[in-house]
Design a protein around this ligand. Structure first.
Ligand SMILES: [Zn+2]
Length: 273
C-alpha cells in the first residue's frame, strides 16, 4: 500500500488525472460480499481472520483497505460517466468470500459486480498472479466475468465466466501475450460487458521479485496501450487499478511502471488520434 500515494502524486504531476477522495466503504456492502464473521474480524482487529491477507492488523491498514474498496465503487461510477477512470489502488483479486489471501483483503472486483447488479462487469486481470479469489465470486455473482492472463496459477477455478491463461516467460516477440489479450477481446465482444475492470499489474516485470513473466518495461507499456485502445474503440467504459508490483525502491523502480499505465490511458483517451 506504500506505493499508492507516490503513484497518485506522480500521475497528478504528469497532468494525467484529477484526484477524488473516495471516503470509506459502507461496511454493510462488505458484509453482503464476504462472510460477516470475516468482515467483523477485520473491522475489530480481533482473531486470526483479521490478518488472513498476510499483514499484521493495524487500524491504519484497516482505514487504507476501506478507502481502497470505496475507490472501486467511486471509480466504477466515474468510468461509466467519463469512459475511463482509475482506482489508485489494488483490486484485491486473491480475496475469497470467507477470508483474505496473499495481501488481498476484500475483493474490490467482485464488489463492483455486487454494487451494480444490472451491469455486466468484465475483469481483465493482467497481474503476474491468477485472479483466483475473483474466480470464486463468479459462482455467486452472475454479472461477473473473470479473465486472468498470468504467469503464476494457483489452481484457479475455471467455469464459463472464469477463464485462466497461464503463460511461460514472455520472449522478445510478445506474441503469446498478444494472443491471450486477443482471446480476452474476443470474449468481450461476445459477452458484451457494460464495464471492464483492468488489473494492470506491474509484477509481470522482469525485475519484479514475485514475477515469472519477465516482461520488459516497453512490453508492459505496449500491453496497456493495446488494452486501452481496444476499450476506447469498442466504447466500453474501463476502470483500471494498479494491482501487483513489488520492486523497490518504490519511487525509482515501481512508480514509473504504474505511471506508464496512466500515460497509456491518457494517450488513448485524451490525445487526438
Ligand atoms: Zn500479483
Amino acid at each position: 500500500m506504500k506505493k499508492l500515494a507516490p503513484v497518485a502524486r506522480a500521475a497528478e504531476a504528469a497532468g494525467c488525472v484529477t484526484l477524488h477522495d473516495p471516503g470509506l466503504i459502507d461496511r454493510d456492502k462488505l458484509r453482503t460480499l464476504h462472510d460477516p464473521n470475516y468482515v467483523r474480524a477485520f473491522i475489530t482487529g480481533k482473531g486470526d481472520l483479521a490478518s488472513s491477507q498476510g499483514w499484521e492488523w493495524t487500524a491504519k491498514i484497516r482505514t487504507g483497505v476501506l478507502a481502497i474498496n470505496a475507490g472501486q465503487i467511486v471509480g466504477a461510477g466515474l468510468a461509466m460517466k467519463h469512459g475511463i477512470a482509475a482506482n489508485v489502488a489494488q483490486g484485491f483479486h486473491h480475496a475469497q468470500p470467507e477470508r483474505g489471501r496473499y495481501f488481498c483483503t476484500f475483493n474490490g472486483l467482485a464488489l463492483v459486480a455486487q454494487e451494480f447488479p444490472e451491469m455486466r462487469i468484465f475483469v481483465l486481470d493482467c497481474d503476474e498472479h491468477c485472479g483466483d479469489g475473483t474466480a470464486e465470486f463468479t459462482e455467486r455473482l452472475p454479472n461477473l466475468f473473470n479473465f486472468s492472463i498470468n504467469g503464476s496459477n494457483w489452481e484457479m477455478l475455471e467455469n464459463e465466466r472464469s477463464i485462466c491463461r497461464t503463460l511461460k516467460k514472455v520472449k522478445k516477440d510478445f506474441t503469446p501475450y498478444r494472443n491471450a489479450l486477443e482471446e480476452a477481446f474476443q470474449t468481450i465482444r461476445s459477452w458484451k460487458p457494460d464495464l471492464i475492470i483492468y488489473q494492470a499489474g506491474a509484477d509481470p516485470h522482469a525485475e519484479d521479485p514475485l514475477g515469472t513473466l519477465g516482461m520488459t518495461t516497453e512490453q508492459l507499456l505496449e500491453r496497456d496501450r493495446i488494452v486501452f485502445r481496444f476499450c476506447k474503440s469498442k466504447g466500453i467504459p474501463v476502470l483500471f487499478v494498479l494491482a501487483g508490483g513489488y520492486q523497490t525502491p518504490i519511487e525509482e523502480k515501481l512508480v514509473p511502471l504504474h505511471l506508464n499505465t496512466f500515460k497509456a490511458a491518457y494517450e488513448a483517451y485524451c490525445l487526438p488520434t
